[in-house]
Design a protein around this ligand. Structure first.
Ligand code: ATP
Ligand code: MG
Length: 389
């Protein structure tokens, strides 16, 4: 393909797009593509029916744009594209000019016709252009499993030609599903949970608890910040909430049996995170818990925490093995960051033993030995919103 293209055609999965949902979905996707390609020479994102045409002010042969589009959720696949005038002769001559010079094992044309007034129907377009390509190159046609699929999309006023297709990340455009909180510790799991929330179209508000004024809370906060920064490419907003709870945790340790500390820290965090989420108009709270991964992540443990949640708790990693989670973390670039120095919230306040099958009634009774309401209010009062430049 000698000619350089300044266009990419972006396709999205249309399943579930009905009525009013559709324009909203499309607007959201177009805006996210525009944001992501800002700085790469974006000129325009044009919404066509069932797809989008992205135009840059420079040829799309530079590095970066493929990676960029591959992080925009909602994109099913995309291709380099070229434009031809809306007649079959123009499509044929443009196509022949653009054919790759390297030999191709097999090819097919896949035509779609949006403009129903176009004189040829899709199978006819495929036949005419397929014959032209074959005559020029001798490449065999193969309808299933062709090495090169040439897309021909007939629109009103122009024809889009594209070669091959690159897979997008799938999912739904960030912002299409509403807002959620994310309990972001800085460990390996919670960034992956955040990624899953973004992938399903949620706008994600990360909330990080650390042990200030005790321990290496600075490292923990820096680590969380780097993770948020790394995730902005997937549509994470460049800010997060930081909540110091060192004093509240210490107070809990004084009043209650050691084995119940972790569960009460959790109940404290979930109350605070739920309040922040609601304040931000969020509808649910994501966590990185996975069933049975550590002693506190049992069904009983989850139930004892969930009991005090004021928004639904969502746990996208619940059915995953550690190895699967690690692989995603590596692929999305957060694994390395999770290895940074920093305390796991209040390491020094961690007990030697945790109750693995806490009974709700007993937890509530033990908790009544603390002034939980005040602890929650104090922590909320100390919460700050940190911007990530
Ligand atoms: P992660 O890798 O996300 O730290 P984990 O395997 O260490 O998870 P836990 O320490 O049991 O598991 O934490 C379970 C979940 O609780 C985390 O995935 C996260 O969503 C939330 N959480 C734990 N600690 C914090 C914290 N300091 N700040 C915010 N959320 C937290
Ligand atoms: Mg952790």
């Amino acid at each position: 393909m000698g000619e350089k293209s300044r266009y990419a055609v972006v396709h999205y999965a249309e399943i579930g797009l009905k009525g009013h949902n559709r324009p909203f979905f499309e607007r959201t996707l177009a805006r996210n593509i525009a944001r992501r390609l800002d700085g790469l020479g974006l000129e325009q994102v044009e919404r066509l029916s069932g797809r989008m045409l992205v135009r840059l002010d420079r040829p799309l042969d530079q590095p970066g744009w493929k990676e960029a589009l591959n992080t925009v959720f909602g994109i099913a696949h995309f291709s380099l594209a070229y434009l031809a005038a809306p007649n079959i002769d123009s499509a044929r001559s443009t196509l022949l000019e653009l054919l790759p010079t390297a030999p191709v094992e097999s090819f097919r044309i896949r035509a779609t016709r949006d403009d129903k007034s176009f004189p040829l129907i899709s199978p006819e377009i495929e036949r005419v252009l397929g014959a032209a390509v074959q005559e020029r190159t001798g490449w065999p046609v193969r309808l299933k499993g062709a090495e090169l699929v040439i897309g021909v999309e007939v629109l009103r006023g122009r024809i889009i030609l594209s070669f091959g297709r690159l897979p997008g990340p799938g999912g739904l455009p960030v912002g299409a599903s509403g807002r959620v909180g994310l309990m972001l510790s800085g460990g390996i799991d919670s960034p992956v949970a955040g990624y899953m929330a973004l992938k399903r179209g949620c706008r994600v508000i990360p909330i990080h608890f650390h042990s200030r004024p005790f321990g290496n809370w600075m490292g923990a906060e820096a680590r969380a910040r780097e993770i948020v920064r790394a995730m902005t490419v997937y549509g994470m907003e460049p800010f997060f909430y930081v909540v110091p709870i060192g004093r509240q945790q210490r107070e809990i340790t004084v009043h209650i049996p050691e084995a119940y500390r972790v569960i009460l820290y959790r109940r404290l965090m979930v109350r605070v995170a739920g309040a922040i989420t609601r304040r931000e108009d969020g509808l649910a709270l994501f966590t990185g818990e996975s069933l049975g991964q550590v002693a506190s992540q049992t069904l009983e443990g989850m139930a004892a925490v969930e009991a005090v949640a004021t928004v639904p708790l969502l746990r996208p990693l619940v059915g995953m093995d550690k190895q699967e989670i690690v692989e995603i973390a590596q692929r999305i670039g957060t694994f390395e960051l999770s290895m940074m120095e920093g305390d796991d919230c209040c390491q020094f306040l961690m007990p030697r033993r945790v109750v693995t099958r806490p009974q709700l009634r007993q937890v509530a009774e033990i908790e009544s030995g603390t002034e939980m309401e005040r602890l929650v209010a104090e922590a909320l009062d100390q919460a700050t919103r940190v911007t990530v430049e």
